[in-house]
Design a protein around this ligand. Sequence first.
Ligand SMILES: Cc1cc2nc3c(=O)[nH]c(=O)nc-3n(C[C@H](O)[C@H](O)[C@H](O)COP(=O)(O)OP(=O)(O)OC[C@H]3O[C@@H](n4cnc5c(N)ncnc54)[C@H](O)[C@@H]3O)c2cc1C
Length: 427
Amino acid sequence: MSAKPRVVIVGAGFGGMAAARVLGRGVADVVVVDRDNYHGFWPLLYQVATAGLDAQDIALPVRRSLSRLPGVEVRLGAVERVDTDRQLVFLADGNAPLTYDYLVLAAGSVTATFGVDGVAEHAFPLKTIPDAVGLRNHLITRFERLDAAPETAQPGDLDVVVVGGGPTGVELAGALSELIGADLARDFPHLDLAHAMIHLVEMTDQLLGAFSVASRERARRDLVARGVDVKLGAAIRRVAADHVEFADGTSLPAGTVVWAAGVRPSPLATALDLPLSTRGGVVVGDDLSVPERPTVFAIGDLATAIDPDGRPYPQLASVAIQQGRYVAHVIERRIAGRPTPRFQYRNRGIMATIGRRAAVADLPLGVHLGGSLGWFSWLGVHLVFLMDTRRRALVLLKWAWSYLTWEHGSRAIVNEGEHTPAGPHRA
Ligand SMILES: Cc1cc2nc3c(=O)[nH]c(=O)nc-3n(C[C@H](O)[C@H](O)[C@H](O)COP(=O)(O)OP(=O)(O)OC[C@H]3O[C@@H](n4cnc5c(N)ncnc54)[C@H](O)[C@@H]3O)c2cc1C
């Protein structure tokens, strides 16, 4: 048996993978546990939902990705609970629990329904690869059905309501307008797609709340120019099978409703017997360890870490990656008996794309990019962070092809049977 300390990392997402890459250099034995055998590149999930990319393009097999790090073991399994007194991690498969000297909790988040009636039953979430594939299948199936029996058309049949005006909602609405306006218009020449409306519904009075005023306004203008109906200050009260109802009593027919209104920390947090914040995240201190449990760390979307201005860090990939690397260094320093500095986030900017040659980017030093410049920087950043050379090359090729031909390649309905919202969202 190795004499090295053993680190268990729960979750092979942005935070967990970043921690494993540093710790796998040799100071500890590392076990990475994930319920899936891939690392999902969520910023491009909406492209899987809108036929721009295939699921495999954004799913990086964890074993392959960590195979060059001899100190890292990978374990497929869903963590159910942790005993922090006995330092044990229990998996749903019922096998012997994993022991640890240090534990890094990086289980991410799930879709938040905010208790709105009908969301779990009738709205499509966009948080996992099955969510994205299910949404794409459902959308394209609706066009196929109407093409086969146009006399059955109901108001709003082909309309899509996207709920949530954050980056996910904005990017999805923009991509849907291109999918329907170009590819599906070509595929279904007998359908009148003038009525296939995309409504982007946001409860506050602005899109992209975390962005600069200039970027928010630009994104709104770009979406409207692409035919998206942007509804601001519109709160959804209920989602039904064929329409949504607003808080003011009005309603909108819709064959497809996508719920992109927000996320909450993974429910694993509640099974851990650790202090939780009001938003359900594991409370951590300045070094991202749990108060009174110095060998347990929580990072990324699962954690509630507070920045020097007293605000929780946003749920972003860049935060999770920096926290993963930081925690790995803290563990290395603890093993070496050295003191640790507090976590400091370096904001490298935020971006959202609206579609072909349209994106907004707020970068450090007050630099705001839009239009083609914003779009090319968005493409570059996402390619760099895609993590794997083969995927980078494939995605670049697909994007170049789509750009030149105005065609999204992945419009096959790959699952058989009925495509319905996932029902109770996966925990
Ligand atoms: C559609 C979408 C678009 C986004 N776009 C952007 C963007 O453009 N830029 C940006 O900065 N951020 C973006 N984000 C947010 C970003 O993806 C998250 O902040 C980031 O993934 C958080 O990293 P994490 O490591 O905490 O969680 P994740 O990356 O979600 O990883 C969590 C991992 O834990 C695993 N897991 C969960 N529960 C268990 C369990 N019980 N047992 C074992 N394993 C478990 C999951 O399978 C997953 O692999 C987006 C998110 C979504 C959903």
